[in-house]
Design a protein around this ligand. Structure first.
Ligand SMILES: Cc1cc2nc3c(=O)[nH]c(=O)nc-3n(C[C@H](O)[C@H](O)[C@H](O)COP(=O)(O)O)c2cc1C
Length: 252
């Protein structure tokens, strides 16, 4: 136990918090980058941040592939563009962005997840109904773990001054089949997302974020902070595209 004065100092490191929040607040998605050669050291610094993430059972079920080959980048980027067109044809109504920026992103890191690590979490592995429920949660544990690690990577890139882009639009099996061989990814591993980063072609903008009182309750869940399915559908119809593609100061 430290002296009381030391303890106060320990919990009063507002300068460190401010430095962290500066990075957190300024991590902003951007989908078009200026040409730039990312130093190898920066890739290592970014994945080094990912390495320190927490994970269920400390399983660390992730792997990061830095893609530097311009031809491979082009091919991966084209997979996204094709998927975007495919979604448009399906009339999903999702305001899909322009994925051409992936092709020339100065930094491109493919994030892999090893779902076999669900075995490291509390599961029965006996094929029973109860096991199915535990497996369902195990999968959530795994996804949260990879997201925690990926977020550290994104914050590290933001701390280095890069604009970042988190892309999950490649989860579907057919796209996995196209991309995996390009990168020598074994069948057992899944490409869970792609991280692009670089100097922004145009300045990044701050998107709308829910206010603190809407996402936080004290002691008991505040029912005012929830929405009905009808309200969510309305939000999707009238607001989603604005919060995805506009500066929060320009939302009426
Ligand atoms: C799990 C996750 C999946 C995402 N998937 C995509 C994606 O497939 N394509 C895309 O353009 N952006 C994707 N994004 C970026 C979000 O659209 C973006 O984070 C969101 O609009 C908020 O903007 P901000 O990052 O500037 O705060 C994803 C972000 C997260 C965290």
């Amino acid at each position: 136990m430290g002296e009381p004065a030391q303890d106060i100092a320990r919990f009063n490191q507002t300068d460190r918090y401010a430095a962290l929040m500066d990075v957190v607040r300024n991590r902003m998605t951007n989908r078009a980058f200026a040409p730039y050669s990312v130093p190898r050291e920066h890739f290592e610094m970014i994945v080094e941040a990912a390495r320190h993430a927490p994970s269920g059972a400390n399983a660390q079920p992730w792997h990061y592939i830095v893609v530097t080959d311009p031809v491979v980048k082009q091919t991966i980027g084209q997979c996204f563009v094709d998927e975007q067109q495919h979604r448009a044809r399906l009339h999903m109504g999702f305001p899909t962005p322009n994925y051409n920026g992936v092709k020339t992103a100065p930094g491109l890191i493919v994030v892999l997840a090893d779902f076999r690590f669900v075995r490291a979490f509390p599961v029965l592995n006996d094929g029973s109904e109860l096991d199915r429920l535990y497996h369902q949660n195990a999968e959530r544990i795994l996804l949260q773990s990879v997201a925690a690690s990926t977020m550290s990577a994104h914050l590290a890139a933001a701390a280095l001054g890069y604009a970042v882009w988190w892309i999950t639009a490649i989860g579907q099996e057919d796209i996995q089949r196209q991309i995996k061989p390009l990168l020598g990814v074994p069948e057992e591993l899944s490409i869970i997302d792609v991280m692009c980063f670089g100097p922004p072609a145009k300045p990044s903008y701050k998107r709308w974020k829910k206010p603190l009182n809407q996402i936080m309750s004290w002691d008991r869940f505040n029912p005012e902070s929830t929405m009905t399915v009808e309200q969510i559908d309305e939000w999707v119809k009238t607001t989603r595209h604005k919060v995805m593609y506009r500066d929060e100061s320009k939302i009426d």
